[in-house]
Design a protein around this ligand. Structure first.
Ligand code: GDP
Length: 209
């Protein structure tokens, strides 16, 4: 019997950059399941996306705000018949970004999250060292208000001392536990050590299937 369900080999296969959308009008069609990655700038989002897909330059690392105002869409799977889309969202909370620009891309993030029918899950990245911060609140509120299912992913776990990890993971879990659209539990990852990457890949495959 042939098993045709998507498996983790998808993450080593073709991933194609489709487009960077700067406005809701420029989004690709909503005919494929989508997952989105969101988080504060510098949370480790680009590194995590690159590590998940076993490549170095899929998402740009150490972005400057001028380059990160777009919703970047990637098709995962064979080019002629992709399985799902990945959306790399602009990082938020960048202290030095000009206010007007922040307003434009914050508006885009929130409009996308509120109105995307094929959006299966948002992976909301939280730095394992710092936990959930006030700058994360607006996006958490939008996700809850729009009933968009989201799963919190802790990043940079290698930067937390091994004996402090459990408590830190619990602290982050607790911070979102009462939120209505939060997926129970968090996935703790490190792009450097590879911790949690297989768990995250498995979670993504479940979310899009
Ligand atoms: P982004 O702005 O969210 O896309 O964050 P980047 O992926 O550009 O990462 C920001 C900084 O954190 C860079 O210097 C990365 O090398 C570093 N970084 C990202 N992920 C990890 C990780 O898992 N462990 C460690 N130690 N550093 C990381």
């Amino acid at each position: 019997m042939t098993d045709t369900s998507p498996d983790t080999r998808l993450f080593s296969g073709p991933v194609t950059f489709l487009k960077g959308a700067v406005a809701i009008a420029g989004l690709p069609s909503d005919d494929l399941p989508e997952i989105a990655f969101a988080g504060r700038s510098n949370v480790g989002k680009s590194s995590l996306i690159n590590a998940l897909f076993h490549r170095k330059t899929l998402a740009r690392t150490s972005n400057t705000p001028g380059r990160t105002q777009e919703l970047n869409f990637f098709a995962v799977g064979p080019q002629e018949d992709p399985i799902f889309r990945l959306v790399d969202m602009p990082g938020y909370g960048y202290a030095e970004a000009p206010k007007k620009k922040v307003g434009t891309w914050t508006g885009l993030i929130h409009a996308y999250l509120r109105g995307r029918s094929n959006l299966k899950r948002v992976y909301l990245l939280i730095d394992a060292r710092h936990g959930v911060k006030a700058t994360d609140t607006p996006i958490l509120d939008t996700l809850d208000a729009s009933a968009v299912s989201y799963h919190v992913v802790a990043t940079k776990l290698d930067k937390v001392k091994p004996d402090a990890r459990e408590a830190q993971i619990e602290r982050i879990s607790d911070a979102v536990a009462k939120r209505p659209a939060a997926y129970p539990g968090i996935i703790a990852t490190s792009s450097v050590s590879g911790d949690g990457l297989d768990d995250l890949r498995a979670a993504i495959l479940t979310a899009v299937s």
